[in-house]
Design a protein. Structure first.
Length: 277
């Protein structure tokens, strides 16, 4: 999870305001507990109670968390100023807000510019049905559509879905279909796709996501992940789970703009269990 200072550097030139919290989707609101700074968020809610009302109506399950932090910080004698609190709150979750407020900024980030042959060197996309799960601004989906028979870009944020459709239309791409959905709840029947790809999207509900990928990809199909994990980061949950005997992914190194990263892939057999080579 990036720091406020890092987000301000990444999204240099972007202006975020406390009203941008109204851009949050219900599933994003569920991420706030344990992520958003409680002391500053309590200050925001005290000054702008209508934000709490919006969040609870949009996502009722957030109510206990909001009540907890308001109670916890109610008697604090030295509360931070509203402007200071608002700045820290919005920049702590800047990526969630930038997705909807200015997707073109997110789309321009350097990490999107890795060589797409990192995918096609693993498997051909020609005449294939491809799913780009957690499509974001659609960079992978759009590149895949140049080679595949059909591509489905799965993205839960409405503004990003609109952005992908606009990019596809401006590029004259007609074999790309943009659909709502989550990685752990893909809107496809069993054994639907030949190839499934994720890029910087894996891991919110990792085990459920991996099971869903196995369900929708045909036997003999391929599953490829480029989660943006640094090469040195081999002790984290995603790496350990993917290369386990249970899931059987292979891994290798590729280059992104900010350094060498790991990608993971498997060619799906009838059973999930596969030995690593």
């Amino acid at each position: 999870m990036a720091s406020v200072e890092l987000f301000k550097e990444i999204f240099r030139g972007v202006v975020l305001e406390i009203e941008d919290l109204y851009l949050l989707e219900p599933f994003q609101i569920t991420y706030l507990p344990g992520w958003i700074p409680g002391r500053e968020f309590a200050s925001v809610l005290e000054n702008r109670p209508e934000i709490a009302t919006f969040l609870m109506k949009k996502c009722p399950e957030i109510k206990p968390f909001l009540e907890k932090i308001k109670k916890e910080y109610a008697a604090e004698p030295d509360k931070p100023a509203f402007s200071e609190s608002a700045d820290k709150v919005v920049w702590t979750i800047a990526d969630l807000l930038v997705y909807s407020k200015c997707p073109e900024v997110y789309d321009s980030l350097e990490f999107h510019k890795w060589d797409f042959s990192e995918i096609t060197s693993i498997t051909s996309l020609a005449d294939r049905i491809v799913i780009d799960a957690g499509s974001g601004t659609g960079r992978v989906a759009l590149e895949a559509a140049e080679q595949a028979e059909t591509v489905y870009a799965v993205e839960p944020v409405p503004r990003l879905r609109q952005f992908i459709r606009q990019k596809a239309a401006s590029s004259g791409i007609s074999n790309l279909h943009v659909v709502d959905g989550f990685l752990d709840q893909l809107p496809f029947p069993d054994s639907f796709a030949d190839v499934l790809i994720t890029s910087h999207a894996l891991g919110w509900k990792l085990e459920d996501e991996l099971k869903e990928f196995e369900r929708v990809v045909k036997e003999g199909g391929s599953i490829i992940h480029c989660p943006g994990s640094a090469v040195k980061d081999t002790s984290g949950n995603i790496h350990d789970v993917l290369i386990s005997l249970e899931w059987g992914y292979r891994d290798s190194i590729y280059d992104e703009a900010n350094g060498k990263k790991r990608k993971y892939w498997k060619h799906r057999s009838g059973a999930c269990f596969q030995f690593r080579l």
